[in-house]
Design a protein around this ligand. Structure first.
Ligand code: AGP
Length: 605
């Protein structure tokens, strides 16, 4: 989604902002723009397309400070030069960048037009700059507050007044904004990756907050003007974590990072003494956890699918009924909130609008919610107030890989913790701790056999459609495998519970439609063998991801993963499917890290 970056300080803002825009590219966008103050006037450049297009278009000697810059992901108005941000007022004094949606933009536009304002774009965002320019002369933050009080909708905005370049004003309501505190310079952005090369000291704005940012200071307050107190956090990762290094794609790098990422998820959390896990952040005592009768997990996309795996882990290990639901659906169906249910919100970015809205709805109705989140200090993490950070490190590719795996590991830790409070035996706890500790090495072993997956990928790269099937936890793995393939290769991939195949989809099985079967050697193995036979009888190609051992029936390709404890098997079975999606996309020449139409962090409804 849209990305915001800003700089105020003694240096020329342009190279800092351009680098910031590149860092924000992963969020997904269709146009980019920049505005800087120079000798009392505004200099603006913007265009449809990539940041490198903007770079080419920048006029010679385009310099200035302070400055703001933006990557736009179109909501109102097609992607075009004129709809790209920043937007300026008629006198070209103020520049505004905006992330979010102004719901009453139509009415505000009509009113401004009646007052003689000429609009230069089709965006909802442009109303903001004209509203600010129409306010009586006075401090910029006063004008911004007054304008925002007229607005209904969501926003992260930044405002530059070329006539008074000593301060920038930013505000947020529903779209992330984080300040970066430097030495005699300040930054802000939609996420810290835009400025982490310059500072790791950050302050997250809350909804309804406005900040006045100067070279040596910042001041935060509410929309009504009441001062708020903020203390900076230090982010744990450095800018190297954002680079591709020796890899061709961030997705491939992030797949390779999984063993270390899982080590971080596990670090300090394996409690050998009591054959359990230690999860300080959940802040719920054993007595309170014993009162939990149900668990409901909410998330979107891969976070939701990781929640499906989590629900199964919790049911298996703790015998607490658990269920995952898409956060977007949950919040729209006026859910019944129960006191003895524990709600868990899952999000890599911690900024997904639908998941955040579900958490807010839950809290409003008195529900208990904890977060499983990657991005430290993110909005969902702060809104939940307690939970488990997965510590996977920054994930730049639009598709989730390492964060899916680490989320599943976090669920395993939680399920172990809940299980050991209830009836899970010490012996079972011990076995799980051993199996969790072994995961990083097992993941390494799978990644080292990438060539085998490359072969399997050829079967899919030449097709238009594919099925992914599995039973029980294997079904959740199939769902994630299909989502991954769809996102990066643009193949039509559908996941089905293997048991459902003959209730419909079998009609579409043909030599042109391969099926990937996730089949651990568990109680359901024989049933999956029958599924293979049903597909082969219709001459459908079959690829399987399974455990070592002979297959009683021929298949077109098989990848064997090492066995773990049965409950943890899905974590290992999923990794080959990530590599499979990657190699199909590679063979098809897709734009792997930024698939068309997708954004990393979906901060609008
Ligand atoms: C995963 O590959 C997707 N890009 C997407 O489904 C993602 O998982 C979803 O948008 C949720 O994001 P979050 O984890 O940041 O909340």
């Amino acid at each position: 989604m849209c990305g915001i970056v800003g700089y105020i300080g003694k240096r020329d803002a342009v190279p800092i902002l351009m680098e910031g825009l590149q860092r924000l590219e992963y969020r997904g966008y269709d146009s980019a723009g920049i505005a800087v103050a120079h000798a009392g006037s505004l200099r603006v450049s913007k265009c449809q397309g990539k940041v490198r297009e903007l770079e080419k278009r920048l006029p010679a000697r385009f310099k200035g400070s302070p400055g703001i810059a933006h990557t736009r992901w179109a909501t109102h108005g097609e992607p075009s030069d004129r709809n790209a941000h920043p937007h300026c007022d008629s006198a070209n004094r103020f520049a505004v960048i905006h992330n979010g949606i102004i719901e009453n933009a139509g009415a505000l536009r009509t009113r401004l037009q009646a007052d003689g304002v000429l609009f230069r774009s089709d965006t909802d965002s442009e109303v903001l700059v004209h509203l600010i320019a129409a306010m009586p002369e006075g401090p910029l933050d006063v004008a911004v507050r007054a304008a925002l009080r007229l607005v209904v909708g969501t926003y992260g905005i930044a405002v530059l007044d070329a006539a008074r370049p000593e301060a920038l004003v930013v505000a947020r309501n529903g779209s992330p904004l984080v300040l970066g505190i430097g030495e005699h310079e300040m930054f802000f952005a939609s996420d810290a990756s835009a400025f982490v090369r310059h500072t790791r000291s950050v302050v997250h704005l809350d909804d309804g907050e406005v900040a006045v940012v100067r070279t040596d200071s910042f001041e935060t307050s509410t929309l009504e003007g009441d001062v708020t107190a903020k203390s900076p956090l230090t982010i744990a990762w450095s800018s190297e974590a954002l680079d591709k290094g020796a890899f061709a794609h961030h997705m491939r790098k992030e797949i390779a990072e999984q063993p270390d990422a899982v080590r971080r998820t596990l670090s300090g959390r394996l409690e050998r003494r009591f054959q359990t896990s230690h999860l300080g952040g959940i802040e719920l005592a054993a007595r309170e956890l014993l009162e939990v009768r149900r668990i409901k997990i909410l998330g979107c996309g891969s976070a939701y699918i990781a929640g499906c795996l989590g629900a199964q882990l919790i049911e298996q290990l703790a015998r607490i009924p658990a269920h995952a639901e898409a956060a977007s659906e949950f919040r729209y169906r006026n859910p019944v909130i129960e006191q003895d249910t524990l709600y868990i919100a899952v999000s890599q970015s911690g900024e997904t609008f639908d998941t955040l809205a579900a958490v807010q709805e839950l809290k409003r109705k008195g529900g208990r919610v904890l977060g499983i989140v990657n991005s430290v200090g993110s909005t969902i993490a702060r809104e939940c107030g307690r939970g488990i950070y997965i510590h996977a490190g920054p994930e730049i590719a639009v598709v989730s890989t390492k964060t899916f795996t680490c989320t599943a590991v976090a669920f395993a830790l939680l399920a172990l913790h809940l299980g050991r409070i209830r009836d899970l035996s010490t012996a079972h706890g011990d076995r799980l701790l051993d199996a969790l500790s072994a995961l990083p090495e097992q993941l390494e072993g799978i990644i080292a056999r990438e060539e085998e997956i490359q072969h399997m990928a050829r079967h899919l790269a030449s097709c238009e459609h594919a099925y992914f099937v599995g039973r029980a936890a294997g079904y959740a793995v199939a769902m994630e495998g299909a989502l991954k393939l769809k996102e990066v290769s643009y193949l039509h991939a559908e996941a089905y519970a293997a048991s459902e195949l003959k209730h419909g989809p079998l009609a579409l099985i043909s030599p042109e439609t391969p099926t990937v079967i996730v089949m651990p050697r568990d109680d359901l193995f024989r049933k999956n063998v029958s599924t293979i036979e049903e597909i082969r009888a219709r001459r459908g190609p079959v690829l399987v991801v399974t455990h070592p051992g002979d297959l009683p029936t021929p298949v077109d390709g098989a990848f064997e993963v090492p066995a773990s404890e049965p409950e943890l098997d899905p974590i290992l079975l999923n990794l080959p499917l990530q590599l499979l999606a990657y190699h199909v996309a590679l063979q098809k020449g897709r734009e792997i890290d930024q698939p068309r139409n997708l954004a990393k962090s979906v901060t609008v409804e």
